[in-house]
Design a protein around this ligand. Structure first.
Ligand SMILES: [Zn+2]
Length: 130
């Protein structure tokens, strides 16, 4: 994770705000400057519903240093009920409990500590919905 980019995206990440393309309706999270579908540059800010389903997932057994104490852990592509797609760690469950199409809720959690100062980075993680 690159810190300057991450910092710039914090308001959207904390509020789960996406950009909806004013021309074609594409929903980008985090918001973008240019629509990847049609090239338009104007977006409406829309809050995402923190609920959705698992489109696909993988279980990470060998992770980068910052996450090595958490292995094995699951990372998935979540499609919110609004139609936005985002990558999130799927937590509080066993890998064998996961399946494509299962319902999840997105929750704001601590993602990692950055550097010696221990700056905490927050972001959304997915938990299986009942
Ligand atoms: Zn567009």
């Amino acid at each position: 994770m690159i810190v300057p980019r991450y910092t710039r995206e914090i308001p959207q990440r904390y509020r789960l705000e996406a950009g909806r393309c004013k021309k074609c309706g594409y929903l980008a999270f985090p918001p973008r400057q240019v629509c990847p579908e049609c090239g338009h540059r104007e977006f409406d800010t829309v809050p995402l519903k923190p609920e959705g389903k698992i489109l696909t997932f993988t279980v990470v057994h060998v992770a980068a240093d910052a996450f090595s104490t958490q292995t094995p852990f699951a990372v998935g592509i979540i499609e919110t009920d609004d139609g936005a797609r985002l990558t999130a760690q799927i937590v509080d469950c066993k890998p064998e409990d996961l399946a494509i199409g299962k319902r999840v809720q997105l929750m704001l959690r601590c993602i990692q500590k950055e550097g010696k100062a221990g700056i905490l980075q927050y972001g959304y993680k997915a938990v299986l919905a009942e």
